[in-house]
Design a protein around this ligand. Structure first.
Ligand code: SF4
Length: 607
């Protein structure tokens, strides 16, 4: 600084602040600055010195007290699955003596509320579901209830988890949004999805999680699944438009009533079976079958969370192959069994308690645990197939979770959890190799960590291995529906062409014209009944029907001899082995085409 600048500095300081001390030189000025900085630092240090109490970890209280005495005046809000599931769960709760209200399926308005009150950077299902709760509470307030009244007399029950993805932070998100929207203290009860009956037990608990509760909820979920599976199989082929929806609406009301009154469930199911069987269908229509897979909530919801994709696909002339909620339960049981069996092989002590893992096997009878998990799986499958038989859902196979794990492990390690884990990869391979569907649509929520790794990452490798497969991942963020629809339409066009080509080849083999095929089917009481299902033979339903007709043209004795032989040959087991071999072959040929970039595929053939 030169003399002139120094003089300017002095004069500026003196004129700008009349309270300032007189500074006659630059050195004095710097001295003063240093003194002030030191004083400020000392003050900051003094402020930072806190009491041990102030130093304790930040803790966000989670109000969730619900006592038996509060049961009579407390309404439990819930939502999150399909409309059928939410209705049956509501009725099952009511049948157990609770006041319950199923909320609406989350829509775009719920998403906006979620965005307004939620943290930045959450995955899309968080915004939809958290926003849906706040939206519901705001609606209650708008109807004339005060906030304290709502907080006192309502609570929200939902499923939770400890992670590893954002599912583990849902409870925190609910708390933040509730606090910021003015509903501080509103209770959220989380069932740990892997917690079983250990949680919330006790005489004074408002919610009694006991055997009866599990039985009712299992029935409600499985019946929702069976009814949905029937709906999506029948509706695309109904001859009278709207008939399926009308029958299913009546069925839902009847079944819900039976749950609430705790009587007449079997009668309600039998009545539903008769009404479904009376729906007339024409399954000669060529409709590409589209499997919807992806993140659990995004692929399950029937609202704006996936742009109402199920309905859209049907309107565009597809048959939708939905994922059932019970599959998720089977995956959780598989995971618990897999982890227990792996931990059983540990050499040292599998330490539990504060210093160990909550999944540890120390002081646990592991063999008994495995048997309990097997029993739970048998129960779940038995319940599903029992209700499926009662309602007339034929030839529906729940996935073999070991098989799905086997075919996907080399591409997505079975130990990786979060989202759908390896299941999404296994489903795509299964769909392609076993010609289960014409097209696979993966619904990937915006901001979803596991889906980004799978849909954008691993599935690219699978589709490279199977170039003929039609796979489309779509990202859902609540906006850009037109863009998503147009991408779906483009792939659907290809899938439809593929389905038509396959059917025409089949018809040519049987020397049948499309009109003759239609006549045969529509005039047959068996083939035109909604409750009949031809065994799986190809990717689309029309192809199944054609193969069935071909089979029916064989002499009765030959047909039955073949099916008996199939039982002895353990056809299902051989089929799975063949699928595994086919995946190995595809990986090998991919390796030859793509060396050396195909390391993951190589890993598979080296296993
Ligand atoms: S799987 Fe994805 S969308 Fe679902 S909770 Fe986890 S991060 Fe969110």
């Amino acid at each position: 600084m030169n003399t002139q600048q120094s003089q300017n500095t002095n004069s500026t300081t003196n004129t700008a602040n009349t309270n300032a001390v007189n500074i006659s030189s630059v050195e004095e000025y710097f001295q003063l600055v240093e003194t002030k900085v030191n004083a400020d630092s000392a003050l900051t240090r003094a402020t930072a010195e806190t009491t041990p109490q102030q130093n304790a970890n930040w803790f966000d209280a989670v109000p969730s007290t619900f006592t038996a005495a509060q049961r009579a005046h407390t309404t439990i809000l819930h939502a999150g699955l399909t409309m059928a599931h939410d209705l049956f769960i509501q009725s099952a709760f009511r049948g157990l003596g609770y006041k319950v209200q199923a909320m609406d399926v989350p829509d775009n308005a719920a998403l906006q509320v979620g965005r307004e009150f939620g943290n930045r950077g959450q995955c899309n299902p968080t915004y939809f579901t958290v926003g849906n709760l706040v939206k519901q509470l705001q609606a209650l307030e708008a109807s004339g209830m005060s906030k304290p009244h709502i907080i006192e007399n309502y609570l929200f029950a939902t499923a939770g988890s400890c992670g590893p993805c954002r599912f583990g932070t849902y409870v925190t998100e609910y708390r933040k949004a509730l606090r910021d929207s003015g509903f501080e203290g509103f209770r959220v009860i989380m069932f740990q999805q892997a917690g079983g009956m250990k949680q919330a037990a006790g005489q004074d608990m408002g919610l009694k999680i006991d055997t009866e509760f599990f039985l009712f909820m299992s029935k409600a979920i499985v019946l929702g699944d069976v009814l949905n599976a029937l709906t999506y199989r029948i509706r695309p082929y109904e001859i009278e438009p709207g008939r399926t929806d009308a029958v299913i609406k009546n069925a839902k009301e009847r079944i819900a009533q039976a749950f609430e009154s705790r009587k007449g469930l079997l009668k309600a199911l039998w009545q539903t079976r008769k009404e479904i069987a009376a729906i007339k269908v024409d399954r000669t229509q060529v409709k590409p079958k589209v499997a919807i897979i992806g993140e659990f909530w995004a692929m399950t919801t029937e609202g704006d969370g996936n742009y109402k994709m199920h309905r859209f696909l049907e309107q565009e002339g597809a048959e939708v192959d939905i994922q059932l909620v019970v599959n998720w339960g089977l995956y959780l049981l598989w995971g618990a069994k897999f982890d227990t069996q792996t931990r059983m092989q540990l050499k040292g002590v599998d330490k539990g308690g504060r210093d160990g893992s909550k999944f540890a096997l120390e002081n646990v009878n592991a063999t008994k645990k495995i048997w309990m998990l097997r029993t739970a799986e048998t129960f779940m499958r038995g319940l599903f197939y029992g209700y499926a038989k009662l309602l007339g859902l034929r030839d529906y196979h729940l996935p073999d979770m070991n098989h799905i794990a086997q075919i996907s492990h080399a591409f997505y390690d079975n130990n990786l959890r979060g989202g759908e884990g390896h299941m999404e990869v296994g489903k795509l391979i299964h769909n392609v190799v076993d010609q289960k569907v014409n097209m696979t649509l993966s619904i990937k929520p915006f901001g979803c960590m596991p889906s980004s790794a799978v849909s954008d990452g691993v599935q690219s490798l699978i589709t490279e291995m199977y170039p003929a497969s039609i796979f489309l991942p779509i990202e859902t963020n609540g906006d850009g529906a037109v863009n998503v629809y147009s991408r779906v339409q483009m792939q659907l066009f290809k899938a439809k062409q593929m389905a038509e080509r396959e059917l025409h080849e089949g018809l040519a083999e049987l020397n049948l014209s499309p009109a003759e095929f239609k006549n045969l089917v529509v005039n047959s009481p068996k083939f035109s009944s909604a409750s009949y299902r031809s065994p799986h033979a190809g990717a689309c339903t029309a192809l199944d029907v054609l193969a069935d007709i071909r089979n029916h043209q064989k002499p009765w004795l030959l047909r039955h001899a073949q099916s008996t032989l199939n039982i002895f040959k353990r056809t299902a087991h051989h089929h799975k082995q063949n699928t595994l071999l086919a995946v190995e072959r595809a990986a090998l040929s991919f390796k030859q085409r793509k060396q050396p970039s195909a390391e993951m595929a190589v890993k598979f053939v080296e296993l």
